[in-house]
Structure formats: structure tokens, C-alpha cells
Ligand binder design. Structure first.
Ligand code: SF4
Length: 307
């Protein structure tokens, strides 16, 4: 593995490439990554980089987002089978039907969506900034897609906005039940539960903290508690265990694994950089429209961060 890591790092220098890795990736990928984080952080890093090649260790919509933000750069996805089941729950036809059912209402799309879907939405959001983005629209009603659980959670935080949600969800987070929460809390009395907002409403409402993967990691960083129950994808727990060896982390249930996210291996990354495959291409017109949707989000996030 050490040799492979060295070869990848040499290729990066030779080709002026950066590697962006999502926190749900296999943890060894951090050894070659320049930036590791959630979708918001990684899209901000993609927008800023002066590298010639961006290799996205994540799933397809993430690499597509990087390509939209950096149309003149070569964007690579190491494994073309790495997709997102939630993003695939809505296509352009379904989006148009949803909008037709609720006309003249602003549309917010979660970043976990295709470029085509983004191209016909008003503004994008991530789980880090979804509340801030919906709040920034100042509309009594908002259409939110594809994740109904994130939409419900946003509505709960903003009492004055009605959030009309599409029927999509992340199968990994949606699979966590109230029974899982009650059982794990009983086995770990007094231990705080940190949950991702893609969990069902009845699960998030039992959590001590709800936040994105970065939000969860920052909570642990800034908290003196020694034990936590985590309700999100296993990759986050793997990183927390590595980064905080003196703390204890319990994944709320077995098998909270996004198989697509785990498809990228160090071998794939090496081959991808070496052969410059698989290159992501996005239709120019779709890309320009989707860019507006993403840039609006980045502008709102910038203002929020400056406050
Ligand atoms: S964890 Fe869920 S939302 Fe994230 S990539 Fe996998 S299927 Fe998509």
C-alpha cells in the first residue's frame, strides 16, 4: 500500500493534480487526498483550485459538480459505477412533473442530484447549509428535492417556511429506525447521539445533535465527552476512531455502508490518474445553467461564513 501511495503522490506532482475525497470513502484514501470533507467543503475547494486535473474520490454527481465549477479542467472519477441512489431518484421528467404540480414556488435542490436536475432548479444546497439556503430565499413555500428527510428537517428549523418535499431519500440513512435509536441509547446510557439530517424525522428528533458529516466531526472536536453514538455512514466513524483514539464511537447499526462510495480503491485512483480516466463531461448548456444554481449556493454560504 505504501508503494502505491507514493506512486499516486508522484503522479499528482507530475500532472499538477489534486485529489478531493468525501468522508464516506475508504479511510486509506485520505493518505493521497489533498482535501477530505463533505460536499460543501469539497465543492468550495474545487472552485478554488489551480490544478490542471481534479480527481474526485466520491460518487458521480460530486465529480459532475466539480466539472461544472471548473469546466476548463480535466475532472476524473476513478470508478464509473460509483453513483448515488438518492440522486438517481429524480430525473428531469420527474422534476418537471413535480414543479408543474406546485407552480411558481422556488425550487431548492440538494447537491446530491444530477447536472440536468440542477440546471432547472433555482438554488442548490448541501446538508451543511440547507437551512441557511432555504432561509435566504424568503419565500413562504419552497420545493425541496430529492431528499424528503433533509427537507423535513429544514422545515422544522425554519418555522415560517413550508417545505414541500419530493419523495427521495438516501437508502443508508433512511434505514435507521427509532428502534435502533432506543436500543443503542439503552446500551449506552447518557451517551450523546449525533445524527445526519438525511435520517428520518423521527430519528433526527431523538438526536442530541443533527449535522452534516463535517458538522458531526466538528461537534466531536469541540466537545469533551468521551463517548458518542453516530447515525451516519460508517466512513465517518472510521475517521473519528482514527482521529480521536482516546474517544469511543458506536455506529448506531451494522452495515451503514454506502457501497457506491466504497467502490473507489487506491488502485482505481492510481489507474485513473495514470490513464486520465474516467473523464467527466457535461453538456455545455446544462453545465452553464447548473453552474448558476451552484454559484448561488456558494454566494449565500460565503455571506453566512463572513457573519
Ligand atoms: S450515502 Fe446515500 S446520499 Fe450519500 S452517496 Fe450514498 S446513497 Fe447517495
Amino acid at each position: 500500500m505504501k508503494e502505491l501511495i507514493e506512486k499516486i503522490n508522484n503522479l499528482k506532482k507530475e500532472k499538477n493534480a489534486v485529489i478531493l475525497a468525501h468522508c464516506y470513502q475508504n479511510a486509506e484514501i485520505d493518505e493521497v487526498a489533498d482535501f477530505v470533507g463533505d460536499s460543501l467543503y469539497l465543492s468550495q475547494m474545487a472552485a478554488k483550485t489551480d490544478a490542471d486535473i481534479i480527481l474526485f474520490a466520491g460518487v458521480y454527481f460530486m465529480a459532475q459538480t466539480a466539472k461544472i465549477l471548473c469546466p476548463d479542467k480535466k475532472v476524473l472519477l476513478p470508478n464509473m459505477n460509483a453513483g448515488c441512489e438518492m440522486a438517481d431518484m429524480i430525473n428531469l421528467k420527474q422534476l418537471r412533473e413535480f414543479k408543474a404540480k406546485y407552480p411558481d414556488i422556488p425550487v431548492v435542490c440538494y447537491i446530491n442530484s444530477t447536472a440536468e436536475v440542477k440546471s432547472e432548479c433555482d438554488i442548490c444546497c448541501t446538508s451543511s447549509n440547507a437551512v441557511q439556503i432555504v432561509d435566504s430565499i424568503k419565500s413562504e413555500k419552497v420545493l425541496f428535492l430529492p431528499d424528503k428527510n433533509l427537507g423535513r428537517w429544514v422545515e422544522k428549523q425554519l418555522q415560517d417556511t413550508k417545505v414541500i418535499t419530493y419523495e427521495g431519500f438516501c437508502p443508508i440513512h433512511h434505514n435507521i429506525t427509532v428502534e435502533d435509536v432506543l436500543r443503542t441509547k439503552k446500551e449506552n446510557p447518557g451517551v450523546k447521539l449525533l445524527a445526519h439530517p438525511e435520517c428520518k424525522e423521527e430519528v433526527s428528533s431523538l438526536a442530541d445533535f443533527v449535522g452534516s458529516t463535517t458538522g458531526i466531526m466538528n461537534f466531536v472536536k469541540n466537545n469533551s465527552d468521551k463517548k458518542y453514538i453516530i447515525a451516519t455512514e460508517k466512513g465517518v466513524v472510521d475517521r473519528l476512531k482514527r482521529d480521536y483514539p482516546d474517544k469511543e464511537f458506536t455506529l448506531i447499526k451494522e452495515n451503514l455502508i454506502c457501497e457506491s462510495m466504497k467502490l473507489n480503491t487506491l488502485e482505481d485512483i492510481y489507474n485513473s490518474l495514470n490513464d486520465e480516466t474516467f473523464e467527466i463531461k457535461v453538456d455545455r448548456e446544462i453545465s452553464q445553467k447548473a453552474l448558476k444554481c451552484i454559484e448561488k449556493m456558494l454566494d449565500v454560504s460565503k455571506v453566512g461564513a463572513a457573519k
